[in-house]
Design a protein around this ligand. Structure first.
Ligand SMILES: Nc1ncnc2c1ncn2[C@@H]1O[C@H](COP(=O)(O)OP(=O)(O)OP(=O)(O)O)[C@@H](O)[C@H]1O
Ligand SMILES: [Mg+2]
Length: 327
């Protein structure tokens, strides 16, 4: 709460300058602002190209509407503190957090809220040094690179190591806090990570929690959604399932869902990469002339073959992990 009560941010003047505080009494044209920004096309693209995530998509629309109205209010001379758009994305691996952050950055750029709309992904290693005096320049450098766009701090809970007095994480957190407060108009910060671990970060750093305007949770995908993600990936890469391959893929995914290494969309992407490899091997073994349709076609045998390859790789990895005998 205290954070919200701090007076106008230093960057409010910059926001006012870049978005022209007209102060007219006439009406502002929301339809015209939507057309000019082309933000609806970006939101439609998100609807089309991201499977499921209904709640997340609804929040993106809310945030876009809020940013648009904030800009229109500003152009009508209704000045107030720059709105806070910093966010926290929680969810297990591969649930689409980075993908959505990228789309969010584009939406905010189209609205004119962010000048560049790029995404800078940073982890603990990018922000925190190992020696005295290293953390500040590292964090400053990352904040500089993210200016005009979104700074996405992946596995943000790693920034905070309670109980370790020699850790420089707090120094980086302080600098992030300062930027989140005073450079709101130039930079949107998204903190991402597992929900339970993020709770620890916020419990230890209440100032950080109070500066986050939106907490968005990314649920695990269902088997049907994962199969749709695979459909989308295949068609984007100009491949297609044959009549049996799609259900073979579902059966291939089903046991992976409860495995310890399961990573939602990332598991699908990796599986598709392996399946494409098996299709390529099949075609090369087959030889001869092949048509365009055949170059696109994935069959059930490619999927079975990819499972065998995966098991072999898994066995090899297990062998690699066996420690050498000491003599
Ligand atoms: N809803 C979705 N629709 C289509 N593809 C998706 C969806 N969610 C994730 N993917 C795809 O799954 C892969 C992993 O997604 P992404 O990297 O965004 O997940 P993440 O939550 O950031 O994962 P991590 O926590 O491991 O960093 C990407 O190739 C992405 O395109
Ligand atoms: Mg990610």
């Amino acid at each position: 709460m205290a954070a919200e009560q701090i007076g106008p941010a230093a960057s409010d003047a910059a926001w006012g300058a870049s978005h022209h505080a007209g102060g007219t009494d006439g009406p502002v044209d929301i339809g015209e602002a939507l057309r000019r920004s082309d933000v609806l096309a970006a939101l439609d693209e998100i609807d089309r190209e991201l499977v499921g995530l209904e709640q997340v998509k609804a929040r993106i629309r809310d945030i876009a509407a809020f940013a648009l109205v904030a800009l229109l209010r500003h152009s009508a001379g209704l000045t107030g503190a720059t709105p806070t758009l910093h966010m926290c994305f929680t969810g297990r691996p591969g649930t689409g957090k980075t993908t959505v952050a990228l789309r969010m950055a584009r939406v905010l750029k189209r609205l004119g809220y962010l000048s560049q709309g790029h995404l800078v992904v940073a982890t603990r290693a990018d922000l925190i040094g190992r020696y005295v005096g290293h953390t500040a320049p590292k964090t400053r450098d990352v904040l500089g690179k993210a200016t005009g766009g979104v700074l996405f701090v992946d596995e943000a809970y790693h920034l905070y190591r309670p109980g370790n007095e020699r850790d420089y994480g707090l120094e980086a957190i302080e600098m992030l806090l300062e930027a989140m407060e005073n450079r709101r108009a130039e930079l949107v910060v998204i903190l991402a990570g597992y929900k339970e671990k993020m709770r620890g970060l916020f419990a230890g750093n209440p100032g950080l929690h109070s500066r986050i305007a939106y907490h968005i949770d990314f649920p695990d995908y269902t088997l049907a959604e994962l199969t749709q993600i695979a459909d989308l990936m295949l068609s984007q890469q100009m491949y297609r399932w044959d009549s049996e391959a799609r259900s073979a893929f579902r059966e291939y995914l089903r046991p992976l869902l409860c495995g310890p290494d399961f990573a939602n969309g990332r598991t699908v992407r990796n599986a598709i990469d392996r399946i494409k490899l098996c299709q390529a091997w099949r075609l090369v073994r087959q030889g001869g002339r092949v048509g365009k349709q055949e170059l696109m076609r994935i069959d059930a045998a490619d999927i079975r073959q990819s499972r065998i390859r995966e098991e072999q790789v898994g066995e090899q990895e297990n062998l690699d992990r066996i420690p050498e005998k000491t003599t």
